[in-house]
Design a protein around this ligand. Sequence first.
Ligand SMILES: [Zn+2]
Length: 213
Amino acid sequence: MRSSRNCIAMPVHTSTPKEITKHIRQLIAKVAPGRDAKYLAVRPQDGAKVNECFPNVEAKISHAGGRMLCGWQIWEWPYVLVEAEFHAVWVSPEGELVEITPKQHGEETILFVPDPALTYAGLAKDNVRVAVRDDLLVHHFIRVSEEIVKVMNRGDRAGQYGYVSVPAHEFEPLRNAQAFLVHSISTGLRDHSPCLCGSGRKYKQCHSRDFSL
Ligand SMILES: [Zn+2]
């Protein structure tokens, strides 16, 4: 199985948060303490690709000057979680921050936390997530997602750039667990609801035991 890790794509449709909630402030305190989030308009550069912010900004600098500014793009899965994605924007020679990377679902603004202490060295950082509600399905989704990135970075793979090949036996059980949890959460189930597998038991007394890692 080949999987891109230039961007750690979410298997669900997250969007730009409409406001800076207490959970977003908790998330910022984890990834970039003391930094401020700002909304930036998306102004896609011709030829720029979705999810490829680092090459996009490097290409822009090569013909227009300016510099790269790294930080975190904040995403929200409403009522489920908020997420910080390692991200870069372009700073024009005049010092304006510009989001030049187009968005998969057409977002017109992003919420960005600049962190000048961060630089891009060819490897992505894992997304950081904070649960918006206290539910085992959400906590397990976050843990399984973190485990997937660990598997992708295991051993020799840590030194590989871009696409990595991961043996199916390491990857599939985690991907299946992630899909099960996404489906459960998207269907509106809670950890005290009947488990998605149809056993008749509550999730927390059924598949919860397999997914608590
Ligand atoms: Zn079950």
